[in-house]
Write a protein that binds this ligand. Structure first.
Ligand SMILES: [Zn+2]
Length: 265
């Protein structure tokens, strides 16, 4: 299994780290590796930083201003030549581009779907070029925009069987406040451990990493480029509650500090 020896967030500090990593990997003469998370609070440039004397911005996005819609609408940013962050602040959405079409990892949820769509356009991508929407797991904050983005793009939507069941359940029940069920994507591509997907210069391989949900799709085999230099990338869903995985119940900072060990196990 590929591991993430390098963790990218697109911050200025991370850029600095990245340069040194890049030098090291170049010296080794191999393709460097990268990893990115399907999790919002690590994905925003600002969220990676600690405000002196204040709370971490990760907490601001996830807790303190979690319902502040305008605050959550962060601008998209390029992380690699072919990888963009296009989500709101609290939950991540990644866009991987290839010469033959693009792949969206997760979709956020309402009321942020218009923002995600606008961000995709802002980075110069035509929605019609999105060929696949890959859903990391069956929670609404990750799949809630998939149906609309599929409609606009014509993309195929893929998830694991266990997560499709969750998506279908969410789409079949009224919300707690009695409002109609949210719009959910229809079961389309059903992935299982070891499945592969080829698009352009990408050959993705899927894994099932249950914990956060019974499914949880991780994607290996991604190649990202920085100034043309290739990096192997791996995308995974990182979040687990204490009940799901007691050993992972650490503060965000501690978890963030050891991304390498998390993906190497
Ligand atoms: Zn979740």
């Amino acid at each position: 299994m590929a591991s993430g020896s390098h963790y990218r967030q697109g911050t200025r500090n991370e850029r600095g780290d990245h340069e040194s990593d890049q030098t090291r990997h170049r010296a080794r003469g191999d393709i460097a590796r990268a990893a990115f998370l399907l999790q919002g609070n690590f994905a925003t440039p600002a969220a990676a930083e600690q405000v002196p004397g204040g709370e971490p911005l990760s907490k601001t996005y996830r807790v303190t201003r979690a319902k502040d819609v305008e605050f959550q609408k962060i601008a998209p940013f390029k992380v690699f030549d072919n990888l963009y962050y296009v989500g709101p602040g609290y939950v991540s959405v990644w866009l991987l581009t290839t010469p033959q079409g693009d792949i969206l990892f997760d979709s956020a949820q309402e009321p942020y779907v218009d923002h995600v769509i606008a961000n995709i356009r802002k980075v110069g991508v035509d929605l019609k070029d999105i060929k696949y929407i890959l859903l990391s797991h069956g929670h609404l904050d990750h799949f809630g925009g998939a149906a609309r983005i599929q409609e606009l793009s014509g993309a195929r939507v893929g998830a694991l069987e266990e997560d499709w069941k969750m998506i279908e359940q969410v789409g079949s029940k009224p919300a707690q406040d009695g409002s109609p069920p949210p719009r959910v994507p229809k079961r389309d591509m059903v992935f299982k451990e070891g499945d592969t997907l080829v698009l352009g210069d990408q050959t993705l391989k899927f894994h099932q990493h249950p914990g956060h949900t019974p499914g949880v799709l991780s994607t290996e085999g991604i190649t990202v480029y920085d100034g043309g230099k290739p990096y192997k990338a791996f995308v995974w869903e990182d979040r687990a509650t204490a009940a799901e995985s007691p050993r992972q119940n650490k503060p965000w900072g501690a978890r963030r500090a050891s991304p390498k060990s998390r993906v190497s196990r």
